[in-house]
Design a protein around this ligand. Structure first.
Ligand SMILES: [Zn+2]
Length: 261
């Protein structure tokens, strides 16, 4: 029951994320009425806009013109529908890895994890498709974290912020050293928010995981001839993936790294 509810909630939120990440980079307001078919501009009725289900019933085609609807929305909806129940079942692990959340009521942590997951998936998609990260998403997340940290009256608030700042400065140096080719300023700002959430030592594990993930995928793309050495690949998606990895397996990765004889 709870699982089905979280799946549906994830699908609905996924539908919103699909619209948001499509409209935002194109400067279309999110309040700008109903979604339209990208081919014939036909306004999509509510009955054809049901997350996951409509895409399957319409077999991925517009009811009016019969052309193919972009698959991205369907994948985002399915992805979020799976992520919410997964996040819920991993909550005890996530709770221990976000040390400052200990004093918070369970429902607030759950809500925070859902909001954070939603924002990070949106950042992942926009950076992947357009190679930039919207400031408002990053700073919205940062403000939320600072608010929660201050709300727990955690005496470590400033040390968490200092870690975020440290990771952010590290990426800024990389940005300057590579003349902006290795790291964007969006990544620098994202590091401030995510580094603050993780604190020390997990922020180090996170950076490590993000670079390893980036290197592995980069080498794979070069190997199959899809990318060249000097080609620019957005780093944000790796930061998000590495962050989720650290959030769940952070201390396990740390143990493995330092228990090697
Ligand atoms: Zn159409």
């Amino acid at each position: 029951m709870a699982l089905a509810f979280l799946f549906l909630l994830g699908a609905v939120v996924g539908s919103f994320v699909g619209a948001l990440t499509w409209r935002w980079p194109r400067k279309i307001s999110i309040r700008d009425g109903r979604s339209r078919c990208p081919h014939c501009k036909h306004v999509i009725g509510w009955y054809d806009n049901i997350p996951i289900l409509s895409y399957l019933l319409l077999r991925g085609r517009c009811r009016a013109c019969g052309k193919k609807i972009p698959k991205r929305d369907f994948f985002i909806e399915v992805g979020m529908a799976l992520l919410f129940p997964i996040a819920n079942s991993l909550l005890p692990k996530v709770g221990t890895n976000i040390a400052w959340s200990v004093g918070l009521p369970g429902w607030i942590i759950l809500l925070f994890v859902f909001v954070m997951t939603t924002v990070l998936v949106a950042i992942f998609i926009i950076d992947l498709e357009h190679q930039y990260i919207p400031d408002s998403l990053v700073f919205g997340l940062l403000l939320l974290v600072i608010g929660l940290l201050a709300g727990t009256s955690n005496p470590m608030l400033f040390s968490y912020l200092a870690v975020g700042l440290g990771v952010s400065v590290f990426l800024l140096l990389l940005h300057l050293l590579t003349l902006g080719r290795g790291m964007g300023l969006g990544d620098v700002k994202l590091a401030l928010a995510l580094g603050t959430i993780l604190g020390f030592p997990l922020a180090v594990v996170w950076m490590f995981s993000s670079f390893i993930l980036g290197a592995i995928l980069g080498l794979m793309l070069i190997a199959v001839g899809k990318a060249k050495f000097k080609q620019k690949i957005a780093f944000g998606p790796f930061m998000v993936a590495g962050f989720f990895m650290t959030l769940v397996f952070g201390f396990q990765i740390l143990d493995k790294l330092f228990s090697v004889q």
